[in-house]
Design a protein. Structure first.
Lengths: 344, 542
């Protein structure tokens, strides 16, 4: 080809590419402005001119999703494959997950959202949508439960747990009691009732009521370490040191990796000045849970009281590092969920 | 002889079964003026929540302790003269103590050793030192004493304490936080401005920290800020409130403990040479048994367990236990809250607190006043309330206490938004009265309806080589084979000053067999066979 012809071809091709990218940019701008019909037309044109324009294809699918045409949008997203660009991948993932949920494909939405959360673990939008997804799944399942099994003890158990999260402990207690009356042998409800009683009031009288529930739970689940631990704590507050020690010993025996039980037992030994018995328990607790402030504190005191000043100072350093800024309201809210941790 | 023994046995058993009945005699005593302190139904700023303190001190040396109450914005601090027979006269206007602003705490001592007890009042803004002019009136000598601060500070607890035992009391001032009403967020503005879902005054969480201050008394009527050089300003990240000074490690030099809100509390150990190191964490008085920083407010120190050492009690927030730290020697402490029977009261926000021997059995009991920070809490209709009752613990003489609040009379059970509390025997009858500063209400004045069964003695110790107020003097009193230890303390309770005189219950003993005074600086003085049921003035002899 003659140089002049080559130059002409180049000018024509470059002009076409320039024109395609210009149309695409107009489409993206229209998308961002919420002018979806304009965006749709422009992006279509851009893809016709350059079918390989990834940005145009992503934004076309996003536009289709925004226009509630989830079928086309999902087809568009699936044709894209794994996107390397983080910004595009995030936008496409969020829109695709919403579309999947809208079209009733919850399991695919679930998988996609968790993939997104792994890739963008600190992204507020991703986490928000994931939280909403779970919330909706929770609501749908709860509704189904209330519709199909209204007389089930589980309905009352779930109601109680919801009230508990809302801090409405009196109502939670009442619902737990109804659940127990319908199924006295159901595991874990006496435990939850005991906890709700402890949270419901500051009156020392609730300690005895909670004790009765934890004891009832132990009859159903004789090897429940969490119940033993709770009973130990009640005994401690009520100045029944021997009882506390027995319960904590049993909790630690039932669940040797239960750090709170080890710390509680260690503290009993500390109070009784049996430091040599306390130290191995507390050392084990900090090994199991390196961020357990109670364990480090008790260990620091044990070392101090046995003259092991350097070890005590080392624990002090850890403890000072762990002294976090005060927790916010949301953490308090989560605490109220009151689930047993796996090692209990 | 047999009759005497029988009488002793009867008296001892009477003490064990006797229950105190406290009444609030404030109105009859003439204490009717309301002390303003921020909002009553809602509070917009944290400054409305922390005031204010109270003091019991004898400003005119007539032998009858007088009363002083610190006011929040919109009122004046008040001085009441003790007229005798439990009547008090408001002498604020003539005393030179009329004031304005956000008053917080108060401490009292004779800083210039002229024989008259002076007053120091802390503020959000500028503190004030009032010199007592021969018991007639007070003169504001803040500027003259070089105590003007170069910026507005949120000063809270204070204590006069002779840190170098040079015979002149120095001055410690705790600081809460850096506060500017113009820039502090309003209720609900951020997550630190909520309580149980209610928008409330923000803080202390989320607000910037400040440092504590130590002023050295130059022995010429002026003070020098030695906060940096002494190490007092070194700790950062603490919201300081109540203060008590005492020799916690028995080395003859006074240490300083500061109750801190939402952050680890502080124990400044006196190293001598005007140097301090902060050692609360390792010594076991910074955190609770779970390794968590609680919301410390008020503080009291006493030898409650007959250890011969000063232990520490600290009042905390609701949903927390109060903290009792037993001194196990060498200035180390073990938390004893739960084994001592103080683990069950968790609904109260505690403030003023004091060890006092209610029944004169020779064992310090403990009284704690309460009231929530946020008036808004009443909207929740739960068992935590803005106005709440006091708590009285009886010392069971075995390291444990019994909560006898419910059976200790209407004065204990009345509900108030209490803050500062000062302790002292106002009528020299051998029973301690309690002056309580209630927010936006008249103060309470708790008095026993009946005399306590045991014998007693009140010691008014006066330094001559030591500082005149004898702050830091340690008194060991032995009667009937039982030895008690007390120290004349600067600060204490919540932003308050107790009567500087020491009250000892003697139980069935009609005399103190031995009184040993260790004066600041180390001199000792011993008295024997001191008859009971009287106020005794002891001057330092050398």
């Amino acid at each position: 080809m003659m140089p002049a012809t080559r130059a002409l071809v180049c000018i024509v091709c470059c002009a076409a590419a320039l024109s395609a990218s210009s149309v695409r940019d107009d489409g993206i701008a229209a998308f961002h402005d919420g002018r979806y019909s304009v965006a749709f037309e422009k992006l279509k044109q851009a893809i016709q001119k350059d079918p390989a324009d990834l940005q145009a294809r992503v934004f076309l699918a996003l536009t289709e999703a925004a226009r509630n045409d989830c079928k086309s949008a999902l087809a568009g997203f699936s044709s894209l494959g794994e996107l390397a660009d983080n910004t595009l991948a995030r936008l496409a993932g969020i829109a695709a997950a919403r579309c999947l949920q809208t079209t009733g494909n919850n399991s695919a939405a679930f998988v996609l959202l968790h993939k997104l959360a792994q890739r963008f673990p600190k992204d507020a939008d991703v986490l928000y949508i994931l939280a909403k997804f779970h919330m909706r799944a929770f609501t749908d399942t709860t509704m189904a439960m209330f519709q199909h099994t209204p007389a089930s003890y589980r309905v009352h158990q779930l109601s109680a747990e919801i009230f508990e999260v809302q801090g409405r402990y009196d109502e939670a207690i009442s619902e737990y009691r109804r659940a127990i009356s319908l199924n006295p042998a159901a595991p874990n409800i006496h435990f939850r009732l005991g906890r709700a009683l402890l949270m419901s009031a500051h009156d020392p009288k609730v300690l005895d009521q909670a004790r009765a529930e934890f004891t009832a739970e132990l009859k159903l689940s004789p090897e429940d370490a969490a119940c033993e631990f709770q009973l130990g704590q009640i005994d401690q507050i009520q100045n029944r040191q021997d009882g506390a020690r027995r319960h904590f010993e049993r909790a630690a025996a039932l669940s040797p990796d239960f750090p709170e039980a080890l710390v509680a037992l260690g503290r009993v030994h500390l109070q009784e000045k049996r430091y040599q018995e306390a130290i191995p328990l507390l050392e084990r607790a900090v090994k199991l849970q390196s961020a357990n402030e109670a364990a480090h504190y008790a260990l620091m005191m044990a070392y101090r009281n046995t003259g092991q000043t350097e070890k005590a100072r080392a624990e002090q350093v850890v403890l000072q590092r762990l002294q976090k800024p005060p927790e916010g309201e949301f953490t308090e809210f989560l605490k109220k969920l009151g689930e047993k941790s796996p090692n209990q | 002889m047999l009759r005497f023994r029988l009488a002793v046995v009867l008296l001892a058993s009477a003490s064990a079964t006797w229950l105190p009945v406290y009444r609030n005699i404030a109105a009859d005593a003439g204490l009717t003026s309301v002390i303003p302190n921020g909002g009553n139904k809602t509070k917009q700023l944290i400054i409305e929540t922390t005031g204010s303190g109270a003091a019991i001190f004898d400003y005119d040396n007539d032998g009858l302790p007088d009363l002083f109450l610190v006011s929040g914005e919109g009122g004046t601090n008040m001085l009441y003269h003790n007229e005798g027979r439990n009547r008090f006269r408001n002498v604020t206007e003539d005393s030179g103590l009329h004031s304005s602003g956000w008053g917080q705490g108060v401490c009292a001592a004779d800083y210039d050793n002229d024989g008259y007890t002076d007053l120091f009042v802390t503020y959000y803004g500028q503190n004030h030192l009032y010199r007592n002019l021969a018991g007639k009136r007070f003169q504001d000598v803040t500027a003259k004493a070089h105590l003007i601060q170069n910026r507005s500070r949120y000063n809270t607890g204070c204590a006069f304490v002779d840190v170098d035992n040079d015979g002149f009391v120095d001055l410690f001032v705790a600081n809460y936080l850096r506060f500017d009403p113009a820039t502090t967020p309003k209720p609900g503005d951020n997550p630190y401005c909520y309580y149980r879902g209610l928008p409330v005054a923000c803080g202390p969480r989320g607000l910037p920290f400040d440092r504590n201050v130590l002023y050295r008394n130059n022995s010429d009527g002026t003070f020098t800020d030695i906060s940096d050089a002494s190490g007092i300003a070194a700790p950062s990240g603490h919201y300081g409130l109540g203060v008590v000074a005492g020799d916690f490690n028995d080395d003859g030099m006074p240490d300083i403990y500061v109750a801190c809100d939402r952050t680890p509390s502080l124990l400044y150990i006196n190293q001598g040479g005007l140097k301090f190191t902060e050692e609360a964490m390792l010594r076991g008085v910074a955190l609770d048994q779970h390794g968590r920083a609680l919301s410390g407010m008020g503080v009291a120190a006493a030898d409650y367990a007959d250890d011969g050492r000063l232990s520490i009690f600290r009042s905390n927030f609701s949903d927390e236990m109060a903290s009792l730290y037993r001194n196990v020697g060498n200035g180390n402490f073990d938390e004893a809250t739960v084994p001592a029977g103080m683990g069950r009261n968790t609904r109260y926000v505690g403030w003023g607190a004091g060890f006092l021997d209610v029944d004169n059995d020779g064992w310090p009991d403990l009284l704690l006043v309460n009231g929530h920070v946020f008036p808004e809490v009443d909207k929740l209709r739960i068992d935590i309330r803005y106005r709440d009752r006091a708590i009285l613990y009886r010392n069971l003489q075995d390291g444990a206490f019994q909560d006898i609040s419910e059976s200790s009379g209407p004065g204990i059970l009345e509900r108030h938004p209490a803050r500062g509390a000062a302790f002292g025997d106002l009528d020299n009858d051998g029973s301690i009265e309690v002056l309580i500063n209630n927010q936006n209400e008249p103060p309470s004045l708790l008095k026993l309806a009946d005399h306590a069964p045991g014998h007693w003695v009140i010691l008014h110790v006066e330094g001559t080589r030591a500082n005149r107020s004898a702050i830091g003097a340690r008194v060991k009193l032995t009667s009937g084979g039982h030895t008690q230890l007390q120290e004349v303390q600067g600060g204490s309770s919540y932003l308050s000053q107790n009567d500087l005189r020491l009250h000892f219950g003697l139980g069935s003993a009609t005399k103190a067999d031995r009184i040993e005074i260790q004066w600041p600086g180390g001199a000792r003085q011993i008295l024997t066979n001191v008859a009971a049921d009287r106020v005794l003035v002891i001057r330092e002899r050398f």
